[in-house]
Design a protein around this ligand. Sequence first.
Ligand code: FAD
Ligand code: EPU
Length: 344
Amino acid sequence: MEIQNNKSLKSLNTFGIDASAKHYVEINSIDSFKELLADKKLNAEPKLILGGGSNLLFTKNFDGLVVRNCIPGIEVTSETDTEVIVKAAAGEGWHQFVLWCIARNYAGIENLSLIPGCVGAAPMQNIGAYGVEIKDVFHELEALNIHTGELVKFNLSDCHFGYRESVFKHEYKKQFLIVSLSLKLTKLSSPRAIYRFKTDYGDITHTLREMMVNEYTIKALSDAVIKIRSSKLPDPKVIGNAGSFFKNPVVRKDLFESLLFKYPVMPNYPQKDGHVKIPAGWLIEQCGWKGKVVGNTGAHKTQALVLVNYGNATGNEIWNLALQIQQSVKDKFGIEILPEVNVI
Ligand code: FAD
Ligand code: EPU
């Protein structure tokens, strides 16, 4: 294990922010993390666990130890005639893991294709897209207590998953290093497997028709999701970004109804509990931010919810833009939009 000092994190975060870490290390196993904990000096440092850096905004250098989780491995741990439990180590790339499952005809996460980052970060915010969230297929995860090195198992109810939420963003913030994720998937190779393709979200059916898909397969669904995502989300390799900067706000029905009266075309997603989710991208576009360039930053031209780094933006420039956008949405609609991205 090599400890690097004053390490640049520019290529390790998808915003491409030029921040550095006082100390930096890559771990490939649980034992190597335990070795770190045994080092009293390093253990005393504040720690930041890093995956693919696709949901982080550095507004300053990190004055502590950045631990990049690179633990590899994917295996089937148990199976029945119709279902399979697949365990992936935290350092595996999320999209590569999705493709691994698709290649074996294991269904359940094809709608989550092309989400950047690592497996270990997926439960952090219960990643979701196109009508599916991790919680829908979650079996269990293993995590190391960052202070004691104890390995703890979490089941579905332990994780308190919600929309872009989990216990790891709240009660257990900065307390655990997730080392593996196990999902329960459907074996489509089995004639007895029952599976409903999730095609109701947004443009999926339209895109499948455009692609002239007559028979649904998980590969076709994945290809459709990839096509839709590539058409509106900027590729971080080309323009720095961290996906949706804000979460979509979920508002009370009375506020929603008064807004709908004023803005009858406002898109909206009624929730089971009576609240209504409103797309933050629409709110931000209505405030005039879509495609607007502010110095080195801006709100993207095809997806206003995605804030971008056009070149040499600092984390603070992006954060200042986010605060201005947040204020203008509050002023126009009376709604507070909250960041999805983890601001460091
Ligand atoms: P990082 O950014 O490295 O870390 C994110 C947070 O998790 C940090 O707080 C970090 O400390 C913590 N963390 C990371 N790994 C671990 C671990 N092993 N144990 C404990 N804590 C850990 N998200 C969606 O939900 N849906 C989308 O559709 C989506 N689309 C995106 C599109 C683009 C173009 C981009 C750039 C991002 C998108 N995201 C989306 C956000 C992001 O990809 C996900 O949140 C992803 O899971 C982050 O993974 P990461 O490995 O990059 O995490
Ligand atoms: N919209 C606008 N203007 C915009 C952007 C969107 O009017 O600039 C409208 C669209 O026309 C549509 C609605 O807002 O009516 C929703 O847009 P979209 O389907 O693009 O989804 P989103 O709500 O903006 C969410 C997630 C994405 C996820 C997609 C698909 C959040 C915060 N974002 O985006 O996740 O990929 O749905 O499921 O929930 C991420 O978390 O980083 C992310 C990219």
